[in-house]
Ligand binder design. Structure first.
Ligand code: SF4
Length: 432
């Protein structure tokens, strides 16, 4: 989502004459768009600002803006702690960036803009065309979260759940497709909670996907990230009825233990999660699932961890993220005693080893098979192209002629944990 927001921040700044530059010390304005999910996010921001300060020491100071979730969480504390920062803008207020910059240019007054103004934000953004022109493009449809998992900062930094107007999304999707997008990844912190009331017509994520399916040149649709409790039957049915919806779902479970899920305030148990997976597999055998796992959550016992290992073996998750629990300031779990770190590290190692083996075994199944790949780009300096399978696996392949945005068939000749390699079928070039 930060990639989407960063692009939109740029689109806004461009309306008052700013352009992107790769030559950092030429910049008049430096925007650091931040994420609060990872560990030590705040310290990393101060470190980065320190680096900018050093780079610009002997030249004119740029206007320095910190935006995103760290800006939201730290708010005016940031301006106090690091006087080099001129402006702090939260993720639900960045549509005001142009007015804030113009006002700063006039008055040289520092600004802290961290209100939750999400309706106005998207109203304003829809008036500005997107500069995103990637084959695979992001489109934010929903923001915020009402679930309040005890380890997570999102409800505090992005605010309550908000769904963008249906037509606004369809217009932006058409704009992206006209600019070259052939795959759209619908984004939301709780994307499957999408719910928009238009008069007496209720739009859900399923109706949005059905509508996007009608866009001619659009070839693939994906969405992330989902909560198990919002995987309603109409959405599950889309994996059967919508040919453009790709058969992979990122559905975080975090832990396989009911005790830990309860402590995390996830509001679902492992049995419910498994029932969703069963429904999905019944409807479409090709579906694969990825997840997030938090290891060493306060009070996690060996038995709890074993239950997480057990659910990984049961579901055969691919392409998943796993971390040792680290407390986010202000969340309920930050008040809990931490587990033994060495033990958590051992557990993480075991879990990641299992995930890695599952992923390698999964990639092995593609060997000597023909795979549908959406071509994203030519690899710089090589006669090779990059694309992704229907399950999002990166593929590097040889081909004498290929167009980004095209769906091609690639014969897979080798693999590693993260990628597949091969050549475009009907084009018998030497194997990668
Ligand atoms: S559902 Fe996701 S975004 Fe919401 S609080 Fe839980 S982890 Fe955070």
């Amino acid at each position: 989502m930060n990639e989407y927001d960063t692009n939109r921040i740029y689109d806004l700044a461009a309306t008052i004459g700013f352009n992107k530059t790769d030559i950092k010390d030429e910049a008049d304005c430096f925007v650091l768009n931040t994420c609060h999910i990872r560990e030590k996010a705040t310290e990393k921001v101060y470190h980065e600002i320190g680096r900018v300060k050093k780079e610009f020491r002997k030249i004119k100071k740029p206007l320095v803006i910190v935006s995103g979730c760290v800006a939201q969480a730290e708010s005016k504390e940031m301006l106090k702690r690091e006087p080099y920062i001129d402006m702090v803008i939260g993720p639900q207020s960045y549509h005001k960036i142009t007015d804030l910059i113009l006002s700063y240019q006039r008055k040289k007054e520092k600004k802290n803009e961290t209100n939750f103004d999400v309706v106005k934000k998207f109203d304003d953004l829809q008036k500005i065309p997107t500069s995103q022109n990637k084959i695979s493009s992001y489109l934010t449809i929903q923001e915020g979260c009402d679930k309040f998992c005890h380890f997570c900062v999102v409800p505090y930094t992005r605010g309550p759940e908000y769904s963008r107007p249906f037509n606004q999304i369809i217009n932006e999707a058409n704009d992206l497709v006209n600019k070259g997008a052939r795959e759209i990844i619908l984004l939301g912190q709780n994307v499957n909670a999408y719910n928009y009331l238009d008069g007496d017509k209720k739009h859900k994520l399923s109706s949005l996907i059905m509508e996007l399916e009608k866009i001619d040149k659009l070839k693939r649709i994906r969405f992330m990230t989902s909560h198990p409790n919002d995987m309603t039957d109409d959405l599950i049915d889309c994996f059967q009825n919508c040919k453009k919806l790709m058969p992979i779902l990122h559905l975080p479970i975090q832990s396989g233990s009911n005790k830990i899920l309860k402590l995390m305030n996830r509001k679902h148990d492992r049995e419910y999660y498994l029932s969703i997976i069963k429904k999905l597999k019944n409807i479409n055998k090709d579906i694969k699932i990825s997840s997030d796992f938090i290891i060493g959550y306060p009070e996690e016992s060996q038995q709890d961890f074993d239950e997480t290992i057990n659910i990984i073996e049961k579901v055969s998750f691919i392409n998943s993220y796993s971390y040792i629990f680290s407390a986010r300031p202000g969340t309920p779990s930050a008040k809990k005693n931490l587990n033994n770190l060495l033990e958590s590290k051992e557990r993480l190692k075991k879990l990641q080893h299992l995930l890695k083996n599952i992923q390698i075994d999964d990639n092995k199944t593609y060997l000597d098979q023909n795979c549908e790949v959406l071509v994203e780009n030519k690899i710089k300096g090589q006669e090779k192209y990059f694309g992704r399978t229907r399950h999002m696996i990166p593929v590097k392949f040889e081909s004498d002629k290929c167009n980004p945005g095209e769906l091609v068939i690639v014969k897979i000749t080798s693999y590693n944990q993260n990628s597949l390699f091969g050549f475009k079928e009907n084009n018998k070039m030497k194997v990668a």
